[in-house]
Structures are given as C-alpha cells and as structure tokens.
Design a protein around this ligand. Structure first.
Ligand SMILES: N[C@@H](CCC(=O)N[C@@H](CS)C(=O)NCC(=O)O)C(=O)O
Length: 211
C-alpha cells in the first residue's frame, strides 16, 4: 500500500490534516518541517510544495497540498472510513459547499479581522463577502448541526469547518456566538481530535527543544 506522509509543524494548518489522518485510521508518517530554521523555504521542501507552506501530503508518488484539498482527497481515497459523501449522494453538494467554504470564506474572513485593511474593500469583490455574514452563516450552520454539519455522519467537512471555528474562537478572531457551543463541544468529543491535539503538544515541545 502506498505510504501516507504528512509534512507537518505543530501547531499549524497541517494540524487540520493531522486530525483528519487520525479520523482516517490508516497508518501514516509525520515528516516534521521547521519554520524556525526556514526548512519550508529550502529547495528540498519547495520541490514538494513550491508555495513553501504546510500542510503537504504525500501518498505514494502523489503530492497534495492545501488542507481542504488534502482532506477531500483522503475522504474519497479511503471511503471505508466513512468521512466522505460519495458522488451520486444528494448530500454531496452541501458537503462540498462546506469543504470549500472553509478556505474560501472562513479563512479569509478571519485573516481580514486579524489584519484589517486601511480601505475597506467592497463586499462584492471579496469572495467571502464580509466578516459578519460569514459569522452569521457559520452560526446558522452550527445551530443546525445535529450534531455534525451533515447530521449524524461526521465528515471531512467537519474537519475543515471545525478547525476554522476552533482556531478562530481560540484566538478570539471569531466571536463566541452561543450557536457555536454545541457544535464545538461535539467536535471536542472526537477521540481522533484529542489524539492529534495531544500528539501536537508533544511534537511542539520536541521541536522547541531541538531548535
Ligand atoms: N492555503 C494553505 C495555507 C497554508 C499555510 O499558510 N500554512 C502556514 C502554516 S499555518 C505556513 O506554511 N506558513 C509558512 C510560510 O508561509 O512560510 C492551506 O490551506 O493549506
């Protein structure tokens, strides 16, 4: 079986894929990349991801970058884990919507809040519209989650949207809307998320001691 290797720094956006891999239950290896020493900008890593960014995943000879693309790939490649909504299922549209909503709307809205521009750009030209609308859409989805975005079935879309919500509220870049509470609590119960988070704490310590 082709090997799964995650290029990782803990914590970072590659932690999203770390969680996904724990959900998947397939054997995987972590290849730690140091931002501190600039390893992500060295030719060896740029050959894997010319963007010089994490996460990147190698599956045999296939290299995938972009956290949401990696999670979509893994969910489809290992359907036995039950983390995807397959082609032909009427729920796939909603599933894909949330997978894309993460990097297209949640991420840029949070970044905009963290680094506001001097001139507010028009909401028509911004792909995410505006911060408040993104938060309202998220709040509505979280309130409707029972307990996950697609109902009882936990999917890769929860890894993407859940990671954005967890990260955004942790750093106070998203407001603590009461609607988020139940959904975040359901995600916090995932043993895979606990394992990935605990491992990341250890990996972070090890990386700090090594540098
Ligand atoms: N669009 C990418 C963003 C990846 C990203 O920005 N990763 C950060 C870590 S959180 C990174 O590698 N930063 C290092 C750098 O840009 O030098 C994704 O969603 O995977």
């Amino acid at each position: 079986m082709p090997k799964l290797v995650l290029y990782h720094a803990a914590p970072s956006r590659s932690s999203i894929v770390h969680w996904m891999l724990e959900e998947l239950g397939q054997p995987y290896e972590l290849q730690m990349v140091s931002f501190k020493t600039g390893e992500n900008r060295q030719p060896a890593f740029l050959a894997i991801n010319p963007m010089g960014k994490l996460p990147a995943l190698k599956h045999g000879d296939t290299v995938i970058t972009e956290a949401a693309a990696i999670c979509t790939y893994l969910a489809d490649e290992f359907p036995q884990a039950g983390l995807n909504i397959p082609v032909g299922d009427p729920r796939r549209g909603t599933y894909l919507k949330w997978l894309f909503f993460g990097p297209s709307c949640v991420e840029p809205a949070i970044t905009e809040r963290a680094f506001p521009r001097k001139e507010p750009p028009s909401r028509t030209t911004l792909g995410f519209g505006d911060f408040d609308t993104v938060v309202d859409v998220l709040a509505k989805a979280a309130a409707a989650a029972s307990p996950f975005l697609l109902g009882q079935k936990f999917t890769a879309a929860d890894v993407i949207i859940g990671s954005g919500l967890r990260w955004g509220t942790m750093f106070k870049l998203l407001p603590e809307r009461p609607e988020f509470k139940g959904y975040l609590a359901a995600l916090a119960e995932r043993p895979a998320l606990r394992r990935a988070t605990e491992k990341d704490v250890e990996l972070q310590k090890a990386q700090e001691q090594a540098s």
